[in-house]
Write a protein that binds this ligand. Structure first.
Ligand code: GLY
Length: 130
């Protein structure tokens, strides 16, 4: 059972995923540090720093039905002013013909308390090896 601080971080992380799904750039930038770093498939093995890389995807045409993201098996570790969340991200979405699909990605997201607020500072996203 997550304690109160862990529940805050889980809720913030879900808000972050929801902002990605809905293309809500204002909320995404409010939750992220400007020097966010990441490793994700789109970065082709490079560690990307900053938000410009992510804005490219927010500026694309949004799907008519917002995908739904669920964090599964979430583990939270708070270490002072830092925290790590690890989970499997299950995304339900519709294809161009309107048929529903699901995809899964493994994610580790790092949060840091900066100026009294939790900010997203790093993430690693990869496809499960099966
Ligand atoms: N690709 C943006 C994010 O996962 O935070």
């Amino acid at each position: 059972m997550a304690n109160a601080e862990e529940q805050v971080l889980i809720a913030l992380n879900q808000k972050l995923l929801d902002s990605i799904a809905s293309g809500d750039w204002a909320t995404y930038t409010q939750l992220c540090a400007p020097d966010l770093t990441c490793l994700e498939p789109e970065a082709l093995g490079q560690v990307v720093a900053g938000l410009d890389f992510h804005k490219f995807y927010f500026d694309l045409k949004k799907p008519s039905t917002t995908p739904q993201n669920t964090m599964c098996g979430t583990v939270v570790r708070v270490m002072g002013d830092g925290a790590v969340l690890a989970y499997l991200r299950l995304t339900q979405y519709l294809d161009a013909q309107g048929a529903p699909h699901s995809r899964e990605m493994e994610e580790t997201r790092v949060w840091q308390k900066i100026g009294g607020s939790w900010k997203h500072v790093h993430f690693h996203r990869s496809a499960p090896a099966r």
